[in-house]
Design a binder for this molecule. Structure first.
Ligand code: ADP
Length: 326
């Protein structure tokens, strides 16, 4: 039995229908990604109990929580805008959801939590004096203080600068690892999802497209949508590369190997060879060049270490790194 399960959850708005089923294990870190408007926040609000589903069930540890009030679910939430209480100082914010009643113990727990999130000694600070990164760490400490069964994060780092985002995501992940808290984490940033998650759920148009680990999602996407949502690549009609195969052939730029002379197909039986590709562009990105090529009029992307000297190149791609997708 999974720790948390969303079973055939449906929610209809005027022009949008959410329809989702998925489950997670205890202590797992699951991210939800998808384009804007795909239903990520709606799904999270339903799990938290802020919104009610039209149908379907939610359960934690086999207990049906679909009709339970927010406060009863044992779920904490961390929002993009921190949502701290401005009238309370940092310590009081953290103490807010604590089950412990003894005030000395509450203070001690808040102090420990501030230490865990790297804000030792911040207890008496007013929350309006905190930077964005500090405020989000206080929100994280407050979420943990309630001893939840699960923490939901709704784009928690979107309002912060990129270097701070990376720092905070490593804090979130290491706290997850040491406390073994079950996490559902919504983000639109695929790099963030790759870095932080055990598994990633991809949403499109209110539906769950797939749930996989970061590596599986990148290396073995099961649709063109997921392939392009998780990185760059080339799509060619499959029949151009394989006899009697319909659909789309997809490969990543780093799997396309370049040669400046024609490649004999006989010498590379485990590869697909694309001879006579025209070099259209070579974008330098620091670690490599991204070549924009044209093969029989189709665009092809190849990641290379050196810029080719010739205007025409050949490409070979290992057959086992080419996926045929819908
Ligand atoms: P995401 O978080 O992936 O950007 P949302 O869950 O916020 O997507 O929104 C999904 C769709 O549901 C959008 O088309 C949005 O306009 C619609 N929607 C969300 N909340 C409501 C609401 N309370 N009433 C009507 N439509 C809503």
């Amino acid at each position: 039995m999974p720790f948390f399960e969303a079973d055939r959850i449906e929610k209809k708005y005027k022009d949008f229908t959410l329809s989702a089923s998925f489950s997670i294990e205890e202590g797992e870190f699951l991210s939800i990604i998808g384009p804007s408007g795909s239903g990520k926040s709606t799904l999270l609000s339903i799990i938290a109990g802020i919104e009610r589903p039209d149908s379907g069930t939610l359960s934690i540890d086999g207990r049906n929580i679909t009709d339970e009030k927010i406060q009863k679910r044992g779920i904490s939430m961390v929002f993009q805008d921190f949502s701290l209480f401005p009238s309370m100082n940092t310590e009081k914010n953290i103490q807010f959801g604590m089950k412990e009643k003894d005030s000395a113990k509450r203070r001690e727990m808040a102090g420990k939590l501030l230490e865990i999130v790297g804000l030792k000694g911040y207890g008496k600070r007013s929350v309006s004096s905190l930077s964005g990164g500090e405020a989000q760490r206080v929100a994280l400490a407050r979420a943990i203080a309630a001893e939840p069964r699960m923490i939901l994060f709704d784009e928690p780092l979107s309002a912060l600068d990129p270097p701070l985002r990376k720092h905070l995501r490593s804090i979130i992940r290491s706290i997850h690892d040491s406390l073994k808290i079950t996490v559902i984490y919504v983000t639109h940033d695929i790099e963030e999802a790759f870095a932080i998650s055990d598994r990633i759920l991809v949403m499109k148009d209110g539906r769950v497209m797939t749930v996989k680990s970061a590596e599986e999602l990148y290396r073995k996407p099961d649709s063109l949508f997921t392939a392009f949502f998780t990185g760059e690549g080339t799509v060619l009609p499959a029949h151009l590369l394989f006899d009697n195969v319909e659909g789309n052939a997809f490969f990543r730029p780093e799997d396309a190997q370049i040669a400046e002379d024609a490649i004999s197909e006989d010498m590379y039986p485990r590869h697909i060879v694309l001879n006579d590709c025209t070099v259209l562009s070579a974008d330098f990105s620091g670690p490599h060049y991204m070549l924009g090529l044209s093969y029989q009029g189709y665009p092809v992307l190849a990641e290379v270490q050196r810029k080719p000297r010739k205007a025409n190149v050949s490409v070979k791609i290992p057959k086992d790194s080419i996926l045929v997708l819908e």
